[in-house]
Design a binder for this molecule. Structure first.
Ligand code: HEC
Ligand code: HEC
Ligand code: HEC
Length: 243
């Protein structure tokens, strides 16, 4: 009885370690392309674009200046892990990190994605927009194949929550949490997700809704795996227009 319990416990520990290790390795392997910074996400950050507007409202977008107030903090690897993006990864112009929690902190290095959007198959600026209209599912594939990811669909995270837990914590006793927050501060995932949720209604959503089971099977690697992504959109997101 006693012994059994120890064995079970041991297995749990081992599989946990392998799992986090695998996750880490996958995230490392995924770095085929450089991080380019928010300047590469100019379209999304232009006036009237829903996800950009949502982003600017969040402290993610100015947490670096706001929270790392001393030179010491600004140079502290411990703080940069969560209050900056791509620390210790390969970034355009050899920058050591990008300030704030930028788009790429959650959507992956954008070098190739930017290229696809701006000059799809070497055919210039409008080529990708035409593809988006003609075959939105293939357009999604092209973007995801270029290294873009959205937690809960593709990329190294199976669920959105798993991605948030890179920098957030649910247990006040966690050892890898922010040393500057109130001792009892923890993430309430439901509330946190709702606040940060920046999905809006795109052509692709209509396409997916009408897909046959056969097509769903064919495109399964490009469809929502986290149920949360099927939850209703914010009212403001339904009205969103500009892209
Ligand atoms: C594991 C990720 C992580 C690390 C490491 C981290 N932070 Fe944070 N920090 C956060 C998160 C998430 C919050 C918001 C927490 C909340 O309000 O629930 C935060 C909040 C803060 C706040 C606001 C606290 C408050 O309650 O008003 C300050 C200041 C801060 N961080 C500074 C730092 C500094 C300085 C370092 C390095 C010594 C650091 N953080 C390291 C994730 C992190
Ligand atoms: C903290 C992580 C995080 C950051 C930062 C972030 N995103 Fe997202 N993004 C997500 C997650 C998770 C989803 C899927 C569900 C959601 O909206 O939360 C998503 C979904 C999206 C979608 C799909 C929307 C849809 O209609 O299905 C777009 C487009 C997007 N993000 C663009 C951006 C842009 C542009 C930025 C920067 C201005 C950005 N994201 C910053 C995590 C993030
Ligand atoms: C790269 C690290 C990182 C990741 C990944 C991350 N966060 Fe954060 N988040 C932070 C930091 C740092 C803060 C603290 C901001 C502050 O108070 O300055 C924060 C704060 C927040 C806040 C409160 C700030 C506000 O404006 O209301 C929300 C909501 C939030 N995060 C949602 C999410 C969600 C949802 C995810 C997963 C999709 C996520 N975060 C993933 C680093 C991260």
């Amino acid at each position: 009885m006693h012994r059994g319990r120890i064995v079970v416990c041991g297995v749990a520990v081992i599989s946990f370690l392998t799992f986090s290790q695998a996750n880490w390795v996958r995230a490392e392997e995924a770095q085929k392309y450089l991080y380019v910074g928010n300047a590469g996400c100019k379209c999304h950050l232009s006036k009237g674009c829903f996800e950009g507007d949502e982003y600017k409202e969040r402290l993610h977008s100015h947490t670096f200046e706001e929270r790392l107030t001393t030179e010491q903090d600004k140079n502290n690897p411990e703080c940069l892990k969560c209050h900056a993006t791509a620390y210790k990864k390969k970034i355009k112009d050899n920058k050591p990190y990008l300030e704030d929690v930028q788009c790429e902190a959650c959507h992956g290095p954008g070098e190739k994605y930017e290229e696809v959007k701006k000059n799809y198959k070497g055919k210039g600026k409008d080529a990708f927009n035409e593809l988006l209209k003609k075959d939105p599912m293939l357009a999604r594939k092209e973007q995801f194949d270029a290294g873009l990811y959205t937690a809960g669909i593709n990329g190294p995270y199976k669920t959105i929550k798993e991605q948030c837990l890179e920098c957030h914590w649910e247990d006040a006793k966690a050892t890898n949490k922010c040393p500057k927050t109130k001792p009892d501060a923890v993430m309430n995932f439901k509330e946190t997700f709702e606040k940060d949720d920046h999905r809006d209604h795109d052509t692709i959503d209509d396409v997916i809704e009408k897909m046959s089971p056969a097509d769903k099977a064919k495109w399964k690697d490009y469809l929502e795996k986290d149920e949360l992504l099927l939850s209703p959109l914010k009212p403001a997101a339904k009205k969103a227009k500009k892209k």
